[in-house]
Write a protein that binds this ligand. Structure first.
Ligand SMILES: [Zn+2]
Length: 423
């Protein structure tokens, strides 16, 4: 997209979307400011494309090391992936994990994190952190919130204290965390939102993307090294998605996130909107679909040229005794495993599958042993890491669609769906 095209794009969408909003680009935008800024253009390198699909494999070059893509990112909401240590995360081969701005802002708070040397100093993990903006949590967790064009006022779900976040303050927070990739403050809507709600959320998100991008550029000028991703919203309305995607693309940020998917819609609806949105995004930028973590959603995203995804599901399921296997989810509490001394997944070479039996893991789960969560989380993340290794190899060898088909046929064969769920 040329500078002139970008300018036209911005101007096209620079209508007063929400009364009082959009001041930044209505009042101050001269058509060139966002595009003069130079950030390292080599932060994403595509090494190979599948050919038969949009899938691609490459490398994200981040301040705390390189990350092969497509990549699944485990979620460490409070600066820790539940039930796993930083050494575990290293051993499992992950180089990029998530932290949650809303939670870290409330506790331990930005000042403690700043004094500790950011997230890396505080958590003692030297890989990369991606932090979300907290928008999703403000709208899903806070008992009270009020959306204004300036930002969002809310009360903490912990102690009821009052807070106000703006697109700029959220950039500053994430810079203080020293996030390697930070997200803009956005407004996410769920499945079934009305056109009016979706439009309002999209307008706010678009305006906030521009304001956050401006703030991020300033932070970069001051020496902050993390990348910034705007977020595509627009719910399940194609025209809103298109507008949102075009605005995000026009910013020329280092990468782009797609939000508001996997919010309760069917797989078919997810696939439709995913393909529609991804097709409008620049092909040379890393693309991140937020909040997806099951093999079918991940593989569908990869097919559409998505490079990054995260979800609490693999580790949350693990704590609930649900193991990922080649043959689908295995509920370890099932009575059928009481005397089953075989491994959870005989094709998995993780330390859990090489060491422990289903019977023992079931026993640990039934007794509520902490070890149950630790071992199941290890296995589930190992499973996804191995799957992503295979995905990258399949793309390099131009056989991604065959890989996807074979993987999902087996995964949904229903092997563990039958039987006594519990005793
Ligand atoms: Zn295993």
């Amino acid at each position: 997209m040329s500078v002139a095209e970008r300018e036209r794009c911005i101007k096209r969408f620079a209508a007063p979307l929400v009364p009082g909003a959009c001041a930044w680009y209505l009042g101050g935008f001269d058509g060139a400011v966002p595009f003069r800024y130079a950030y390292p253009m080599d932060s994403f390198v595509i090494a190979a494309r599948d050919g038969a699909s949009e899938a691609r494999t490459g490398t994200l070059k981040l301040p705390h090391g390189e990350v092969p893509t497509p990549v699944f990112m485990p979620v460490g909401t409070y600066g820790a992936v539940k039930a796993l240590s930083k050494d575990d995360i290293n051993s499992l081969g992950f180089k990029l994990i998530l932290g949650n701005t809303y939670h870290l802002y409330l506790r331990p708070g930005v000042e403690i994190l700043r004094r500790a040397g950011g997230l890396h100093g505080f958590c003692a993990w030297q890989g990369n952190f991606l932090t979300d903006s907290g928008g999703f949590q403000v709208f899903s967790l806070a008992p009270f919130r009020k959306l204004t064009p300036e930002g969002v006022a809310f009360k903490s779900h912990i102690d009821g204290s009052s807070h106000f976040l703006t697109p700029e303050s959220v950039v500053d927070l994430q810079a203080a965390f020293n996030s390697d990739i930070q997200m803009q403050l956005d407004v996410c809507t769920g499945w079934g939102a009305s056109r009016k709600e979706a439009e309002k959320a999209h307008r706010f998100t678009a305006d906030w993307a521009l304001r956050a991008f401006g703030e991020w550029k300033q932070k970069r000028d001051e020496g902050y090294g993390g990348l910034f991703f705007p977020i595509v919203q627009g719910n399940f309305f194609e025209d809103l998605r298109a507008e949102s995607a075009d605005i995000c693309a026009s910013l020329d940020a280092p990468g782009i996130a797609i939000g508001g998917l996997s919010v309760g819609e069917s797989f078919a609806e997810y696939s439709r909107l995913l393909a529609f949105t991804a097709a409008r995004l620049p092909r040379d930028k890393p693309r991140y679909v937020m909040g997806i973590g099951t093999p079918d959603f991940i593989l569908q995203a990869v097919e559409n040229g998505i490079d990054m995804f995260d979800c609490v599901l693999p580790t949350r399921n693990a704590r609930n005794g649900s193991y990922l296997t080649r043959d689908g989810f295995l509920a370890i509490k099932n009575a059928a495993f009481r005397e089953d001394f075989s491994p959870v997944d005989s094709e998995c070479d993780c330390k859990v599958c090489k060491t422990y039996s289903r019977a023992y893991l079931r026993h640990l789960y039934k007794e509520g042993e902490i070890l149950s969560s630790m071992l199941a989380s290890w296995h589930n993340l190992h499973f996804l890491a191995a799957m992503m290794d295979e995905v990258r190899a399949a793309i390099r060898e131009h056989r991604f669609l065959q890989y996807k088909k074979a993987f999902l046929e087996r995964f949904f064969s229903g092997k563990y769906a039958e039987g006594d769920p519990d005793d």
